[in-house]
Design a protein around this ligand. Structure first.
Ligand SMILES: [Zn+2]
Length: 50
């Protein structure tokens, strides 16, 4: 869990298209922009640079 619970929750409500990177609402079957079915949940935790 991140520091900001609300932001964390908001991010899980967004699915990102793997093809065109468009943001879609969670639960959609296809990307609204390109129609791709390859969607992923937006990362909950920001990447930590190492
Ligand atoms: Zn797309």
């Amino acid at each position: 869990m991140g520091k900001f619970a609300l932001a964390d929750e908001a991010l899980t409500q967004i699915w990102v298209c793997r093809r065109c990177k468009a943001r879609n609402r969670a639960g959609v079957k296809k990307c609204r922009k390109c129609g791709s079915i390859y969607l992923r949940v937006k990362r909950k935790e920001s990447r930590v640079k190492k």
